[in-house]
Design a protein around this ligand. Structure first.
Ligand SMILES: [Zn+2]
Ligand SMILES: [Zn+2]
Length: 98
């Protein structure tokens, strides 16, 4: 007997379209341009539509709870790469130990 069950061929593509996104105000740290944007959850760096720099980010990024102590670089950035030598600021490119 022939199995009549239909299996969608493009199921994976449809699932990717349903991946979660973040929406909100973004700001470019290079030129100060602000705009509303949508990006996949986990996106840290955004491309600025004004100056095309990739030094833009959500104004209210997903992160630690409000009131939690957060390391802030002297340049104002709170985004770092964690390396064996310390934390590396993605905005001013300094490596810092603590
Ligand atoms: Zn910009
Ligand atoms: Zn910095």
């Amino acid at each position: 007997m022939i199995d009549s069950k239909v299996v969608p061929l493009f199921k994976k593509a449809a699932a990717e379209d349903e991946s979660p996104t973040m929406t909100g105000p973004a700001k470019c740290l290079a030129c100060e341009h602000e705009w509303q944007t949508v990006a996949p959850v986990g996106t840290c760096q955004l491309e600025c539509p004004s100056c095309e720099s990739t030094r833009a980010t959500f104004k209210h990024p997903c992160g630690v709870p409000v009131g939690e102590l957060v390391r802030e670089c002297n340049c104002g950035s709170r985004i770092f790469y964690v390396t064996p030598n310390g934390v590396h600021c993605w905005l001013c490119a300094t490596t810092q130990e603590f």
